[in-house]
Design a protein around this ligand. Structure first.
Ligand code: GTR
Length: 331
């Protein structure tokens, strides 16, 4: 009898302890690692850091964000993979590299899809934007939560060889594109030779002549130093590819509903804050390009470029027809 009581009391004690341990676990301190290819000060980096500050304040330091900027953790493919396995929590990446992971996103990677960056913003702020974030979250194997969008302006061509004044000047140039077959096909359709490569390799590839050029928005061109080796920048605006912040589903599954709501709330705010920072940075980049004597070529007539990418639209357009129609209908 005595033994039995003894066991019972141990059992009750154990239950109590594990109950406490359970709630203590939910309240445990967590440091969320975040990855970005861009350096400190870049709009996307600053916006995710601000999200982290808010999270820290709201939870009395229980949840914080540790930013690994400047490709410290590798390129964007690596960032996605690390988020998938829960080695990092936040990955700020381009939709360009997310397309191969969540195919529905590839609609946004069609060249000349958006009429302007303003058009892209309106689409992403609305129902289509939310649906595409949900496609990430609900994807059966991606292992990611779609938190928010970030602006990245329009992408333009640049190279080390000569000004690209007309589409004919692209002929034969080896041009780096993001790791997504759609962009290789786009570049080839435009007459260049598309070379898919991680962002972490681009500077060296330009410097050593492995590629003749690349394409990107002015802040990336300037603040990732590509302008030090590529002196010709042509305003083709062929891609308006947004960026996103995704979160590790493995980590998400460990968070309480309240903590998830906090992350989502601050991510939405980060989306709006990044946009303001982006506009200022875009201007700063253009000023720096001018100072550095970069030859900036404007393209009066984009039609030859738009016509040339028709094979990409013929191949991928039908699959996304319904979403394209809705995007085009957004004023
Ligand atoms: C930048 C973008 C990065 C990365 C890079 C690239 O504009 O911010 O996320 O995608 O382009 O070309 O790989």
């Amino acid at each position: 009898m005595i033994d039995r009581r003894h066991f019972m009391s141990i059992g009750a004690g154990a239950a109590l302890t594990s109950g406490l341990a359970g709630s203590a676990h939910a309240q445990a301190k967590m440091v969320f690692k975040a990855s970005d290819v861009h350096p400190e000060g870049y709009p996307t980096v600053a916006a995710v850091e601000a999200l982290g500050d808010k999270l820290g304040k709201a939870t009395n330091g229980r949840l914080t964000v540790q930013m690994y900027a400047s490709m410290q953790l590798g390129g964007e493919k690596e960032a996605i993979e690390q988020a998938q396995i829960g080695a990092i929590a936040f990955a700020r990446v381009s939709v360009g590299v997310m397309g191969p992971v969540v195919d529905d996103l590839n609609v946004l990677n069609l060249p000349f899809l958006f009429r302007s960056t303003q058009h892209a913003q309106t689409v992403l702020d609305g129902a289509i934007g939310q649906e595409l974030l949900d496609k990430v979250t609900n994807h059966p194997t991606a292992g990611l939560i779609g938190l928010c969008w970030m602006d990245a302006g329009a992408r333009n061509m640049y190279d080390t060889k000569k000004p690209i004044a007309t589409i004919a000047d692209l002929k034969g140039l080896k041009m780096r594109v993001m790791g997504n077959p759609m962009f290789v096909e786009m570049m080839n359709a435009l007459g260049g030779n598309g070379v898919a490569m991680g962002y972490d390799q681009v500077f060296t590839a330009l410097q050593t002549g492995v590629v003749d050029g690349a394409e990107n928005n002015p802040p990336s061109f300037v603040f990732d130093n590509h302008f030090q080796v590529a002196k010709f920048y042509t305003l083709t605006e062929h891609l308006i590819v947004p960026e996103m912040v995704v979160f590790s589903k493995a980590t998400w599954n460990k968070l309480s509903a309240d903590d998830r709501a906090l992350v989502l709330k601050f991510a939405k705010e980060a989306q709006a804050e990044e946009r303001v920072l982006w506009n200022a940075y875009q201007q700063k980049a253009l000023d720096k390009m001018k100072e550095a004597g970069i030859t900036v070529v404007s393209v009066a007539d984009k039609k030859p470029f738009q016509d040339a990418v028709k094979p990409v639209w013929d191949k991928y357009g039908p699959k996304y027809a319904a979403t394209i129609e809705r995007i085009q209908a957004v004023k």
